[in-house]
Design a protein around this ligand. Structure first.
Ligand code: ADP
Length: 272
């Protein structure tokens, strides 16, 4: 068993890749306004994997929409590399749970991966290289000429991830990315996430309902609770690395962290 504890990646960096400063968000106006997020402040360092967890309906997806520039904030600020986010940032890519809706059924795997790169006007060899590299990173070299409907759910989600990777985002944002795949595929995709973070030094922000997944994947966990939502706890996941599905999940400290996150979520729910 690993004895050495690794620090979070935040230890090694000074400038946050993402910064959330007093972010609040309401839907609607005047008397009809629904105040979903009260006042969130946290940073995500370069190369960090941060999970956002909390009770259903607390505002996790709303927060991701604000951070990806898809929804305007009501007050506060979200910054990427110190720059205000006021629309979808070029440096970000998004992976949603609903891969069936994000892939084009009439395009092959290769052409689906190419799609978001077309506007970058890259020289053809560079374009091919990026596509090949991304498809190899998700282990789909054998399926490049297949159509999404010829692939399993897990493979389709790999295509969605490859498409995000080929774009080379600095920040990969994922909303329940593995919720619709079977348990074994889920483990593989979680490990893929850890590998691509290491390979591309990517910063990854992920919303998940799965507490074990949050603990396994993350350097830190942002626990949201209450209504309107606040950060009820920012947890450092001080599990030894490199992580491994069997070894890491069988550590007593893994079980302790899972229990801690679960009870924080329960508290956040009851205090809504
Ligand atoms: P979570 O992702 O944590 O389940 P959401 O961010 O989806 O939570 O939703 C938080 C709250 O905001 C819910 O009460 C939801 O009904 C409300 N909400 C989400 N989107 C909208 C919208 N476009 N207009 C009005 N209310 C919304």
């Amino acid at each position: 068993m690993e004895e050495v504890h690794v620090g979070t990646r935040a230890d090694a960096r000074e400038e946050p890749r993402l910064s959330v400063r007093g972010l609040s968000k309401s839907y609607g106006n005047g008397d009809d306004a629904v105040n979903v997020i009260a006042d969130l402040t946290f940073d995500v360092a370069m190369g960090e994997i941060v999970s956002i967890v909390g009770p259903s309906g607390v505002g996790k997806t709303t927060l991701l929409k604000c951070l990806t520039g898809l929804q305007p904030l009501t007050s506060g600020a979200a910054l990427i590399d110190g720059r205000l986010i006021d629309g979808p940032p070029e440096e970000m890519a998004l992976v949603f749970q609903e891969y069936t809706r994000s892939l084009m059924p009439w395009l092959t795997v290769r052409k689906n991966v190419l799609l978001p790169l077309r506007h970058l006007r890259l020289p053809k060899p560079e374009l091919q290289r990026r596509i090949d590299e991304a498809i190899a990173a998700v282990g789909l070299e054998h399926a490049t000429e297949k159509y999404p409907w010829q692939l399993s759910g897990g493979m389709q989600q790999r295509v969605a991830i490859a498409r995000a990777l080929a774009y080379r985002p600095e920040v990969l944002v994922m909303d329940e990315p593995f919720a619709s795949v079977d348990a074994q595929t889920r483990f593989e995709l979680e490990d893929l996430c850890l590998t691509i973070r290491d390979q591309f030094n990517m910063t990854i922000l992920v919303v998940t309902h799965d507490i074990d997944e949050a603990v396994y994947l993350s350097d830190r966990i942002v626990v949201l609770g209450k209504k309107p939502a606040v950060v009820t706890r920012l947890l450092d996941v001080d599990l030894p690395g490199p992580r491994s599905q069997i070894r890491t999940r069988s550590l007593p400290h893994f079980a302790d962290m899972r229990t801690e996150v679960l009870s924080l979520i329960q508290e956040g729910k009851t205090s809504q």
